[in-house]
Structure formats: C-alpha cells, structure tokens
Design a protein around this ligand. Structure first.
Ligand code: ACO
Length: 315
C-alpha cells in the first residue's frame, strides 16, 4: 500500500508585522533580525483568528486540491503545541467546521517536529486500516505564548496553519512515504520551554544551544533517513526543512555538501511557525508548480522537547 500526499493547503493570519514595525516598540532592528535569522515578516492572529478558523481554510484548500469530499476523511490529526483548548481538540474543532461526519480525531504535540510526528502517526494508522483518507494539520497560534517585550524570542515566531490530505492507494504510480526517522531527547528539553500556566506561559529559549543542536542533528537525521530508504542525494529534488532560521539551513546544506538551491525557504515572510512551517512551505511549492509527480523530497524538522525527525516522500 502507498500513502501519498494528494493535496495541500495553508492559512496565515491577515495581519503581517515587519521587523521595522517591531523596532518601533522594541530595542531591535531589521538589520539585526534579518542578518541572524532570514526573517522580515511574521503574521499575527487577530481576536477572530484561531487554530480552528485558520485550520478550516487550510483543510478546505487541501481537500479541494485533492478532490476529496468531507465524507471520505476518516482520520484528522492536528499537530500543535499552542492549541489553546484542553477540549475539544483542535482536530475536532476543524472536523466540525469542515463537515466531516465521522472520523478519528486527535491532537499531537511534538512542538516544531509536530508535522513529521503527525505524518508518521497517520501513515501507521492508515497502513493498519484505520482510514483510507486522512487530513493532517500542523499549526500554531504562537503569538499568544510570546513575551512581546522580550526581543530575544518574540522576533522569531509567527502564526499559521498548514494542511495535507493523505490517501492510501494500491496504484504503483502513486506517491508514497518511503521512510521516516523520529526521535526525542527530553534531557535537553530545558533549552526551549513554554507552559500552559496562564500566569507564566511565555516561551523561553537558549538560542545558541538550540542553534548548535539543530545544525548537528538535522544533517544527521537526514543522512539516516536517506540510508534507511536507500536514497542517493542526487535523487532528492528538495530538502523541505523546518523554517526556524536561514542560518541553520545554510549550515545544514554546507555540512551535507548539497547546493542551497535544493533548500527552499519562506521564513522571510512567515518567521518560524513551528508545526506549520513544513506544510505551509509544501503548499507554496505545490501551488507554485515547483514539485512534480514522482519527485523525491526530504522533509526534516526539529524543535522543543527536544524532538527531531525526517521523512523521505515520493510526490
Ligand atoms: N535585536 C537586537 N539585539 C538582540 C536581539 C534582537 N531581537 N535579540 C538578542 N539581541 C542581543 C542580545 O541581547 C545580545 O546582546 P549582548 O551581547 O549585549 O548581551 C546579542 O544580541 C547577542 O545575543 P545572542 O542570543 O548571543 O545572539 P545570537 O547571535 O545567538 O542570535 C538567535 C540569537 C537568532 C536566536 C540565534 O541564537 C538562533 O538563531 N538560535 C536558534 C534559535 C532557533 O532557531 N530557534 C527556533 C528553533 S526551535 C523551534 O523552532 C521552536
């Protein structure tokens, strides 16, 4: 059985905030932020914009692209660390909005690696017969967890939700998830924390420690999944990496001795959107005609937990 990505969608809040906007109230500058991160804008959710409203748009777009009706969806997983609701889950909230009558629905938190954890979970459930069609959402309303007076964190993140539709098929020409490696090391978790305690819920990060972790771990996990799937680097069309920081992606490309052109980036316009970053970039690439049927992509993420992972996908 093949499990292929048959549709993508994404939704960003309306309001875009530039580095220059931030520098009006914060001791920072466009030059500092852009040179260290590659970020110029982030989208910030307004009072009416939630995971559910953005998720609805992303899901509807992905289902339209896939040609899938709500009745066909048997599984919805929402990867998010900032859902805002204890219950109902974000997956159930989106289910109700898009009119899926009956499905297995739950949320999953693996921070910035959440989309890859959700993809692997959905794949395993689909291979075991739970559903033939699944909707995976990755998204965050991170702006609610940022201290807007802390220049070392608030400039880095943005809000968004991305979605993909997966379909199980026996067709030998269908796309597939060829292999995935996931991992976590909770003993390093203290370098990136955020709580649900309303009195103390701001995100804290030791930026340099996370940076060192990412530039070592991302190339390692990619090499591991390439070996596991017997994929040569020449066969990889694109490496779609979590969009935390352009310097991390530059360093990963250099370590892997791969050209930077194979590493698409959009964090300049979105900042780091955690679990949303891979699906929103995939959606942009799919809609921009950058990915063709049969292309091999490597998806790789890393983040809070600490968690990390990589998948090889045939489009
Ligand atoms: N504007 C201006 N100055 C700033 C800002 C800012 N926004 N933020 C920090 N500074 C200052 C600091 O106060 C410090 O000043 P000092 O030398 O007077 O004390 C100076 O800049 C250097 O600070 P560092 O933290 O050492 O800056 P660094 O060069 O390490 O860059 C950064 C910080 C961009 C966060 C970097 O460490 C990084 O990219 N880390 C990776 C973080 C990341 O990508 N996290 C997300 C991944 S995990 C996930 O996605 C959830």
């Amino acid at each position: 059985m093949h499990i292929s990505i048959v549709g993508t969608g994404s939704a960003l809040p309306q309001k875009a905030v530039s580095n220059d906007d931030l520098s009006r109230t914060l001791d920072t500058s466009d030059a500092w932020i852009y040179s260290r991160t590659g970020i110029r804008y982030r989208h910030i959710a307004g009072p009416e914009e939630t995971f559910a409203t953005l998720g609805e748009k992303a899901a509807r777009d992905a289902m339209t692209a896939a040609g899938v009706r709500p009745e066909e969806v048997g599984l919805i997983i929402a990867a998010t660390a900032t859902a805002g609701n204890v219950t109902p889950s974000s997956a159930c909230l989106v289910q109700a909005r898009i009119g899926v009558p009956r499905a297995v629905c739950f949320d999953l938190n693996a921070a910035c690696s959440g989309f890859l954890y959700a993809l692997r979970t959905a794949e395993a459930l689909m291979r075991s017969g739970v559903a033939g069609t699944a909707l995976i959402l990755g998204g965050e309303i991170l702006s609610h967890f940022l201290d807007w007076n802390d220049r070392s964190t608030c400039v880095l993140f943005g809000d968004a939700v991305g979605a993909v539709v997966l379909r199980a098929s026996e067709d030998p020409d269908a796309g597939d998830i060829l292999g995935t490696v996931l991992a976590a090391d909770g003993s390093q978790g203290a370098c990136l924390t955020g709580r649900s305690d309303p009195d103390n819920h701001y995100l804290h990060m030791d930026g340099q420690q996370v940076f060192r972790f990412a530039v070592r771990t991302v190339p390692e996990v990619i090499e591991e999944v390439l070996r596991q799937t017997k994929t040569e680097k020449e066969q990889v069309r694109y490496y779609v990496l979590h969009q935390a920081n352009a310097r991390i992606i530059d360093a990963a490309a250099r370590r892997m001795q791969e050209p930077l052109e194979k590493f698409p980036m959009n964090m300049e316009r979105t900042a780091n959107t955690s679990a949303a970053s891979i699906p929103i970039l995939l959606d942009e690439m799919a809609r921009g005609g950058k990915i063709s049927r049969g292309d091999r992509l490597v998806l790789a993420g890393f983040g809070g937990g600490l968690t990390w992972g990589a998948s090889v996908v045939r489009w």
